[in-house]
Write a protein that binds this ligand. Structure first.
Ligand code: RIB
Length: 308
């Protein structure tokens, strides 16, 4: 068992995020390149990213103690450094020969992006490593998963057997996810498009109800400019967005997830968790990059003049 304190954010349980760590190569463009078109970029930056890493950074900067598990390649030093600086525990991350995961990202003048993933070390997650990591956690602890690493089905099964509460952000969507053991999920985190792909519904309330009823789960549904909805067996709450200049939307969803669950799992009401997550992601979109743009809790409080 890991002996590190798990109560930095007042949580009795441990939080594990088993997810991808990517080197994001970000090209600033006028518009997202079209099929057959060649365009020039106005800048190129290399940042830390990956849905897993971003969500761990957001959890940690929001004040939660999170253990990150995943694999990096020989070039992964910057990823470990940033995670550690944010306050996440990186002792479970393994370095393997070859390259880390990579994302090629275009960001247009409106801040919208398109992303190509290269799995790299993220696709080398194997069963023995999963067993080793899961054995460090116990019933009632929480695990965060996204869909950017290998052996995800096995990981879900092992986490369930170990009695971990599963927070699943099935992104990016792939059809094979529909046959995964989704009834093991305690909290679904989807955007409107993923919500439609999983539920077949288009109206936010219907997406929420369908997923909740079908899988007996709580659901966090993010709706871009329309805000977010959260539903569990105590009811449904909604929150709008805070206006800000949009520089780069990359990592906004990951910020939302990290701040929302940091608050919810430490006992704050869902409405307060939604508000905090909306405030934090409003700051993220106003800055370039994924992980580097995620604010700390202190920054969120200062910007919105709130105490909690
Ligand atoms: O959610 C944003 C992330 O998606 C980027 O950081 C990129 O690495 C991709 O995983």
């Amino acid at each position: 068992m890991l002996s590190a304190s798990s109560t930095k954010g007042g949580l009795a349980m441990k939080l594990l995020n088993f997810g991808a760590l990517n080197i994001d190569v970000v090209y600033q463009v006028d518009h997202l390149v079209l099929p057959g078109e060649t365009i020039s970029s106005t800048s190129r930056e290399t940042n830390c990213g990956g849905k897993g890493l971003n969500q761990s950074v957001a959890l940690a900067r929001a004040g939660a103690q999170v253990f990150h598990a995943g694999m990096v390649g020989e070039d992964g030093g910057m990823l470990l450094e940033l995670l550690g600086e944010a306050g996440a525990d990186t002792s479970l991350v393994r370095e393997v020969p070859g390259g880390s995961g990579q994302a090629i990202i275009q960001v247009d003048r409106r801040g919208e992006n398109s992303i190509i993933l290269y799995g790299g070390a993220n696709q080398r997650i194997d069963e023995p490593y999963i067993d080793e990591v899961i054995s460090q956690f116990e019933e009632g602890d929480c695990i965060f998963l996204q869909n950017e690493i290998s052996n995800l089905r096995y990981l879900m099964e092992r986490a369930h057997e170990a009695g971990l509460r599963l927070i699943f952000n099935p992104s990016p969507f792939e059809k094979c996810l529909l046959s995964y053991p989704l009834d093991y999920v305690d909290y679904f985190v989807v955007n409107e498009v993923e919500g439609h792909q999983f539920s077949g519904k288009t109206e936010p309330e219907e997406i929420l109800k369908t997923l909740m009823d079908r899988h007996q789960t709580a659901v966090l549904l993010t709706l871009g400019k329309e805000g977010a909805l959260y539903g569990d067996d105590t009811g449904t709450v909604r929150h709008g967005i805070y206006q800000s200049e949009v520089v780069d939307t990359t990592g906004a969803g990951d910020t939302f997830t990290g701040f929302f669950f940091s608050a919810l799992l430490s006992g704050q009401p869902p409405q307060d968790a939604l508000r905090l997550a909306s405030q934090a992601s409003c700051i993220t979109v106003s800055r370039p990059g994924a992980a580097p743009s995620i604010p700390t809790l202190a920054e969120v409080r200062e910007r919105f003049h709130t105490e909690r």
